[in-house]
Design a protein around this ligand. Structure first.
Ligand code: PGA
Length: 239
């Protein structure tokens, strides 16, 4: 795993944007895997700003998002579709952007369709990930066994609690989600893991301990041949 430690979250976003820039300049029709959460917001701002400066564009690129709540209407303000529209898709033009559909009646069919769409376009070239305090990637929660393909997952209490900050009073927070499985994530040719903030310092240390903790899904990335971890100093505190 390649590690890049930056002085601030802003500089970490810049370093992560450099990875995207390199990817899109090398292959204009790249297939990009995207993530939600507070961590990538600065990166998405930076990508939008570089596009508006004309440094590169994503018009031939397509995207697949890691996960979506279930059940969740796409136009609900809390959906990951809404998040992506707000923070990236309204500012940057992609050839196609696929987010798992949290409104379907058959979630398992939707998951299988999603994986076959990724396969049909030749797989993901660059997958962006964040990490949960519990070590989850996407919504692949800590467990003794891991589902490989995209699947319907029961969220852990930790994750529901961590994400409750995004939900206002009277808004229903789902306790399930559709998420790429670790196998789907692992098939990406290149992975970029972005970690910022002191609250992630403990889980970050586990990732760099030189041990594959089976209850830390992110540790599976230790086995992937091309992972770049971009961190700020606060997240790298114990390294
Ligand atoms: P966060 O979420 O960026 O909001 O901390 C990351 C994650 O849970 O993957």
């Amino acid at each position: 795993m390649k590690k890049i430690v930056c002085d601030s979250p802003f500089l970490a976003a810049q370093a992560a944007a450099d990875v995207f820039e390199e990817q899109i300049k090398a292959k204009s029709n790249s297939v990009l895997g995207l993530a939600t959460g507070s961590t990538p917001i600065e990166l998405y701002n930076e990508l939008a700003s570089r596009c508006s400066q004309g440094r590169f564009d994503f018009s031939q690129a397509q995207t697949f998002n890691l996960d979506e709540y279930y059940p969740m209407k796409a136009d609900n303000a809390q959906s990951y579709r809404s998040f992506m529209n707000k923070h990236l898709f309204s500012k940057v033009n992609f050839a196609n952007s696929r987010v798992l559909n949290g409104e379907v009646s058959d979630p398992h069919a939707e998951c299988a369709k999603f994986d076959s769409e990724i396969e049909a376009v030749g797989g993901i070239d660059l997958q962006l990930l964040g990490i949960g305090h519990n070590g989850h990637i996407g919504f692949c929660e800590p467990s003794t066994s891991y589902t490989l393909d995209t699947y319907l997952v029961d969220l852990t209490d930790d994750t529901i609690e961590a994400n409750s900050r995004f939900f206002g009073e009277g808004e229903t927070q789902p306790n399930q989600a559709l998420t790429m499985g670790v196998g789907t994530i692992f098939k990406a040719r290149k992975i970029l893991l972005l970690i910022t903030g002191e609250s992630k310092a403990d889980i970050t240390k586990k990732l760099f301990d030189g041990v594959l903790y089976t209850d830390v899904p992110a540790c599976l990335l230790l086995l992937h041949p091309d992972v770049t971890v971009v961190l700020d100093k606060a997240a790298a505190k114990h390294l």
